[in-house]
Design a protein around this ligand. Structure first.
Ligand code: CTP
Length: 404
């Protein structure tokens, strides 16, 4: 089998320079990339750069090498088309089927998955014309990832930034791995909590845990690649924001509860992958707690934190909302898992066995997915992404038909 063929479409936005990095990531990981820039984008990054980095000619117009019929051939033979950055103009053209240059022709002839990574000013992104074009493209099966929030061209900040190229690459990789299947979480809002809460004792100390957030982030990445709108409630993580996810940062269990409940109000799915502290110090010392010569330290009194998973499971914000919990167990993994599933009242419980050297901070995981109706799915040791996909497969079959 030859290398997977990727078409990288580049439209005319300042973020075009970031696509050089995306191109590198794609070529270095064994993809044959053909860059198709629009004429406007060449004002930002020239043809020579694309040709040199991809090792392939980079043409803009359908009138070059006409005997090879490039306007049909490039799209037909692609395994994936990714347009990054996708400007408002490009989204409009794609939504309406215009074909006035090589990239728009390619989009009409492609029969493979198509990913758009939009980048533009917030006003342009939020304009109803753009939003309707995005909705049209999504309805037709294209994956349009949400822009990131942050610094835009000039001094302004807001939604409209091109996500980190490494994260766009992750989306491409996931979509290529899934092949031509239509994204099955399109039109769904999923809320994922990730990381570990920290419960402060004083301004410099906290009670925490060893969760890295990697499993929750893998869930967010895979959900984006399957078309979902993703809210990621991240507790004390040090990982790059997944492309296309709205990231809400929290510190404590109480903050996490608030953020999850707010996002869950219109969510189809809530996945509680975060390690939430069951207890917090009863008192917070406003100043640093000092040791005193000759005195034993004062004991730390603890109080219970709310159980977010149990609360969400018992009081679902929407009919048919699917709730997924996680359990980390050291002994009697399955029996404890079944009991916890009942106690928490969720639909699925992902149980993994943990220990000093297992799971925390690692790229791999092994788990059993327990379902409330009795099903038990063993997911073998492997990348956290594979477990994430297995979880979404189970969620997808439990979702109610989409509302019109
Ligand atoms: N969880 C939660 N709120 C808490 C504690 C946990 O929402 N205050 C969620 C976690 O996100 C996870 C699940 O509950 O999805 C399992 O948490 P775990 O700490 O393993 O379960 P516990 O109820 O604490 O049970 P035990 O103490 O017996 O391990």
């Amino acid at each position: 089998m030859g290398k997977p063929k990727v078409v990288l479409g580049v439209s005319g936005g300042i973020a075009a320079y970031k696509s050089c990095e995306l191109l590198r990531l794609l070529t270095e990981s064994g993809h044959d990339v053909r860059v198709v820039p629009t004429a406007a984008s060449l004002n930002f990054v020239g043809e020579a750069t694309w040709a040199a980095l991809s090792g392939n000619p980079a043409s803009t117009e359908v009138w070059e090498t006409v005997h090879e019929v490039p306007h049909v051939r490039i799209g037909q033979s692609a395994d994936l088309v990714v347009v990054a950055p996708a400007t408002a103009d490009m989204l409009a053209k794609a939504a309406h089927g215009l074909a006035d240059d090589l990239l728009t022709n390619t989009l009409l002839t492609a029969r493979c998955p198509v990913v758009f990574a939009p980048a533009m000013h917030t006003e342009m992104w939020e304009h109803p014309a753009t939003q309707e074009n995005v909705a049209t493209l999504r309805r037709r099966g294209a994956l349009v990832i949400e822009p990131a929030v942050g610094r835009l061209t000039g001094k302004d900040t807001g939604k409209g930034r091109l996500p980190d190229p490494a994260e766009i690459y992750e989306v491409c990789r996931r979509v290529l791995a899934r092949g031509v299947d239509e994204p099955d979480l399109v039109g769904r809002h999923v809320v994922i909590s990730a990381g570990g809460t920290r419960e402060p004792l004083d301004p410099v100390r906290f009670l925490g845990n060893r969760s890295s957030g990697k499993q929750g982030y893998a869930l967010a990445r895979t959900a984006v690649a399957r078309g979902a709108r993703v809210t990621l409630v991240a507790a004390n993580t040090a990982l790059a924001d997944p492309a296309g996810a709205d990231v809400v940062r929290v510190g404590t269990a109480v903050q996490l509860r608030e953020a999850v409940l707010e996002a869950a109000a219109d969510a189809d799915v809530v996945v509680m992958a975060a390690a939430v502290a069951d207890f917090r110090p009863a008192e917070y010392a406003g100043g640093k707690i000092k040791k005193k010569d000759g005195q034993d330290p004062a004991p730390v009194a603890l109080v219970r934190n709310p159980d977010v998973l149990a609360e969400i499971s018992a009081d679902r914000a929407r009919d048919g909302q699917v709730v997924v919990g996680f359990a980390a167990e050291t002994d009697d993994v399955l029996a404890n898992g079944r009991a916890k599933l009942l106690r928490k009242g969720c639909d699925l419980l992902v149980v993994n066995e943990v220990g000093e050297a297992r799971t925390f901070g690692s790229e791999e995981n092994e788990a059993v997915i327990l379902a409330s109706e009795g099903l038990e799915i063993q997911v073998p040791y492997g990348p956290k992404e594979a477990l994430a996909e297995a979880i979404w497969d189970q969620v997808a079959v439990r979702l109610q038909p989409r509302r019109a």
